[in-house]
Design a protein around this ligand. Structure first.
Ligand code: M6R
Length: 361
């Protein structure tokens, strides 16, 4: 049931603190750093030379996010849309770990990509929310999200849990690949332990509804970010378009000047996501769009900075480890999308033309 909420999506957004507590339960070593994954004891990934993350939609954004976490730790990691994987045919060897990310565990493109990876000799690992789903049968190993059932077609709590579970997996892979814990592992594990409380703080204080009201009727909605904030920008736009039916697009902030800037006008609000990854450069992008008259909504933990001074609105997130700030920023964007769609009286839990699970290619 919707438990008193008007929509499953809103219920599931609000369930995130509990979902994240379950995702991390017993899996964090906050004292010495490192992930405690019973399924994957130290040494499990000793033979892994590169990681491919394959997924679609929101799960692909979580895969992109994880690739950036792994790259930052010196691990060769690449994210692919699973629908492209069998077409592009990136080289796979027995030392490739292929991580298939799928909330449902039933997405046809992702299952197909897993089969291709297996037949090329790769080791396969499913990150999924559904116990006993097809993907868990097709892959060598599984890491469960434990986020609880997700009914809304728009994936919300499972994105937060996917990024969290992948951050833990990234810690384990890093330790096995480099022979030591990442230098800031303890800080990261502690930040993950605080994550449910940080998300709750956003749910209690967000001004996302005011932002949705202020910019209702705009021509288009753009989202920009760098590093792990890039997949968050893509995810912010996906959520917005899928449930509001408004035109929304996400870009790497660095891409702006190479084309998308031509679309920016006073009636295209730009959401700029700051997670401590070359924020200065993103701030200059903000100035560029403002010079074209576009309103700017900054998602940041740094309310006293130049960022806040330039932005028309700030959606505030608690200060945390930069590698997981994107999870918090995404919660603000989920709320903006939800309220925008609700103002337009869209059928939020069952958007037109979409299904919760895409079981045909
Ligand atoms: O179940 P999966 O995670 O494999 O689903 C992948 C996509 O179909 C899914 O994330 C889709 O993009 C969502 N509707 C986005 O909200």
């Amino acid at each position: 049931t919707k438990g008193g909420y008007e929509h499953f999506m809103y219920k599931e957004i609000n369930e995130q603190p509990g979902a994240l507590r379950r995702t991390t339960q017993g899996r964090l070593d906050t004292r010495t750093g490192g992930a405690k994954l019973d399924e994957f004891p130290p040494g499990t990934f000793a033979d892994v030379q590169q990681v491919h993350l394959i997924a679609m939609g929101t799960s692909h954004h979580a895969g992109m996010y994880a690739a950036s976490l792994l790259n930052a730790r010196g691990i060769p990691a690449y994210a692919f849309m699973s629908g492209e994987y069998s077409v592009v045919k990136p080289p796979v060897t027995p030392s490739t770990l292929v991580v298939a990310v799928s909330q449902s565990g039933e997405t046809a493109d992702t299952l197909d990509a897993v089969r291709r990876a297996r037949s090329a000799g790769a080791r396969t690992l499913a990150v999924t929310n559904v116990v006993g789903s097809s993907i868990t049968r097709e892959c060598d190993d599984e890491l469960l999200l434990r986020a609880g059932p997700e009914i809304g077609v728009a994936a919300t709590k499972t994105f937060s849990s996917q990024v969290t579970a992948l951050a833990l997996l990234a810690e384990r892979i890093t330790e096995d690949y480099t022979g030591m814990k990442s230098t800031d592992s303890r800080e990261l594990m502690n930040a993950l332990a605080r994550l449910p409380g940080d998300v709750q703080e956003i749910l209690d204080t967000s001004t996302a509804r005011e932002v949705a009201i202020e910019y209702e009727g705009s021509d288009a909605y753009f989202f920009i970010g760098r590093g792990p904030a890039h997949p968050v920008a893509l995810e912010g736009a996906l959520k917005f378009k899928e449930i509001s039916y408004e035109h929304a697009e996400g870009f790497a902030a660095s891409e702006l000047k190479h084309g998308p800037l031509a679309l920016v006008t006073p009636i295209t609000p730009v959401f700029a996501i700051f997670t401590g990854h070359e924020d200065e450069a993103t701030l200059s992008n903000v100035k560029e769009v403002q010079a074209r008259g576009a309103p700017v909504i900054a998602v940041t933990s740094d309310e006293s900075s130049e960022i806040a001074e330039f932005a028309d609105h700030v959606l505030s997130i608690p200060e945390t480890h930069p590698e997981i700030a994107g999870i918090l920023a995404n919660v603000q964007l989920q709320l903006v999308a939800y309220h925008a769609a609700n103002l337009l009286e869209r059928p939020i839990d069952k958007p037109r033309n979409l299904a919760k699970c895409v079981t045909v290619e």
